[in-house]
Write a protein that binds this ligand. Structure first.
Ligand code: NAD
Length: 559
């Protein structure tokens, strides 16, 4: 017998209900608009006569026209604007186009172009694609959430704009990030777009130049901090629980002075996670796991040296430690295999300036390490992981030293956008005589070094969060746990094939992301059931159940 809980989670056979609107109103509703693909019969039935040019085009013709329009543009930022306009006009076509050309378009809807879009948000802002909640909305946050037109919100991505990619404080202009991330939830894992809600908490901006820009759209004040900030966050979380009780909350691009604390405070209270900490961790650990096939070493043999000791680095180390724990390695032993260099040098127990997140990785100094090169020579890491936001922080002598010490040195330059990467793919291959196992955060084009062709993999968090979200959504999981990220990392690493490794990629090609995300969702769903977190009965066919939640961008037939 089906429980009421299951019945309420059962997806509708077609996610698009029949349109309530007609005529111009229908053409202005991106959920139902088909543009020139409305058939003559539909045009007659829905009051569209005269409102469209007479030509009727099928979806394939529309897709071809749109991709040509995009390719004719001069810059990626122009392409971003064209795609945003399409999303606001015709959601189905937008997602169809994105899914069909994911490798080409992901760098436009997300990093690196989204970084530029945030920086220029005030110049092109026309209408909101998400909700702004400001420090002046204290006492009215619930009302703001109610103003959003959708009631069945299942995934919220929220930022306070304080650390956008590696670009720093962009205040209210950070809205591009939650919009972009939720676009990827739909494109990569089929989370229905109407269940996604992007939110920017505008608590001010400490970037003086931006705040004083006449076109800045946010509050013109410095950031609210301390108790006032905490109170707004608390009001927000309480309101979300009340207005959207089934929503998963993804914290995104919060500066690290609050990110760890927010996660700590809310992870056991609501269904939430922090993508910069946990999503990054899972995608990077997956990359390291896949690299082992090339390095012929075990995970427990890895010695990681992180360039950067912020959210990303600490998150990756924590997941690495948790994963070694599953192999029986005690946490204090596993932590000894993780070393960090931050802006002030090697993180060691002797330093007095460390916050408590770094402190657990502050080991006794192995000797004087004035710079990254001496740290590498002292520690002999198997992997160097760049998460500093500092372009060119990994220089030629460092990679040459790694290549002297390791047959296949792992070098991940994860800082975003591309301009911030610690080294380029070509540099890593050239300086290691083609032996580096390289991955980046933002995409690098394939390159040829010493006559060998390399297609570097992208350790994009998009490999993780959409699948985790789908798994949580399909099971109604009450929490997001570390085990779910371990399961996601393992699943992703298993999906890397020999032909990917042959070209130097430790991630699958992006064309497979929808399929891989669903597999990750199934693995996450397994954890939700195993840990008693699901709010639905376990279906006999778990994979089929998860797949049934996947939204496909398909035009409905109205007449
Ligand atoms: P963060 O601000 O929390 O941390 C940055 C760290 O880098 C700090 O510890 C800082 O001291 C250190 N640092 C600064 N300059 C340095 C230098 N010259 N040498 C060594 N360390 C230095 O930022 P974060 O959230 O950890 O993100 C860092 C970078 O990682 C960003 O560029 C971000 O885009 C990128 N990132 C990539 C992915 C991905 O590719 N999947 C995911 C998340 C973050």
């Amino acid at each position: 017998m089906t429980s009421p809980e299951i019945a309420s989670h059962t997806p509708l056979p077609d996610h698009a209900p029949l349109p309530l609107r007609r005529g111009l109103e229908l053409l202005h509703d991106p959920r139902f608009n088909k543009g020139t693909a409305f058939t003559t019969k539909e045009r007659n039935a829905l009051g569209l006569r005269g409102l469209l040019p007479p030509g009727v085009f099928d979806e394939q013709a529309q897709l071809a026209r749109n991709i040509q329009t995009l390719r004719r543009k001069d810059t990626d930022f122009e392409r971003y604007q064209v795609l945003s306009a399409l999303a606001e006009r015709n959601q189905t076509l937008f997602y169809r186009l994105l899914c069909q050309h994911i490798t080409e378009l992901m760098p436009i809807v997300y990093t690196p172009t989204v970084g530029e879009a945030c920086q220029r948000y005030g110049y092109y802002f026309q209408r909101t694609r998400g909700l702004f909640i400001s420090a002046e909305d204290r006492g009215h946050v619930r009302e703001a959430l109610h103003n959003w037109p959708e009631r069945d919100v299942r995934v919220i991505v929220v930022t306070d704009g304080s650390r956008i990619l590696g670009l720093g404080d962009l205040g209210a202009h950070g809205m591009g990030i939650p919009v972009g991330k939720l676009t990827l939830y739909t494109a990569c894992a089929g989370v229905p777009p109407h269940q996604c809600l992007p939110i920017t908490l505008d608590v001010g901006c400490d970037n003086d130049a931006l705040r004083e820009d006449p076109l800045y759209v946010g509050l013109r004040r410095r950031r609210v901090r301390g108790p006032e900030y905490d109170a707004l966050l608390e009001e927000f979380i309480v309101a979300v629980r009340e207005v959207y009780p089934r929503a998963l909350v993804q914290f995104e691009d919060f500066a690290n002075d609050v990110a760890f604390d927010l996660l700590q405070r809310y992870r056991d209270q609501i269904c939430c996670f922090n993508d910069d900490i946990q999503g990054t961790a899972a995608v990077t650990v997956a990359g390291v796991l896949a690299s082992l096939q090339l390095t012929q070493r075990r995970l427990a043999e890895q010695r990681l040296l992180f360039v950067g000791a912020g959210e990303a680095g600490i998150g990756i180390a924590d997941l690495f430690v948790a994963m070694l724990g599953e192999f029986g390695v005690p946490a204090d032993v596993a932590r000894q295999q993780c070393w960090f260099v931050d802006r002030k040098g090697l993180v060691t127990a002797e330093r007095a300036d460390l916050n408590h997140h770094k402190r657990r990785y502050a080991h006794a100094s192995p000797g004087p390490a004035a710079d990254l090169l001496s740290a590498v020579e002292l520690l002999r890491p198997t992997a160097l992981i760049g998460v500093s936001g500092q372009p060119q922080a990994i220089k030629q002598p460092v990679i040459e030293a790694m290549a002297r010490m390791q047959e296949r040195p792992i070098v991940f330059a994860l800082s975003n956008p591309t301009s911030k990467a610690e080294c380029t793919a070509e540099q890593a291959y050239a300086w290691s005589s083609g032996r580096a196992v390289f991955a980046s955060g933002s995409p690098f084009q394939p390159c040829t070094v010493d006559g060998r062709r390399f297609t570097p993999g992208q350790g994009n968090n998009a490999w993780i969060f959409p699948g985790v979200g789908l798994g949580v959504l399909a099971t109604g999981s009450r929490r997001v746990t570390e085990e779910m990220f371990i399961a996601a990392a393992r699943t992703l690493a298993r999906e890397v094939r020999q032909e990917d490794l042959d070209f130097g990629s430790v991630y699958p090609p992006l064309e497979r992301i929808r399929d891989v995300s669903v597999r990750i969702a199934v693995a996450v769903a397994e954890v939700a059931f195993a840990k008693g977190l699901a709010s639905v009965e376990r279906p006999r066919d778990l994979s089929g159940w998860v797949r049934a939640h996947v939204w496909e961008p398909r035009y409905p037939t109205y007449a």
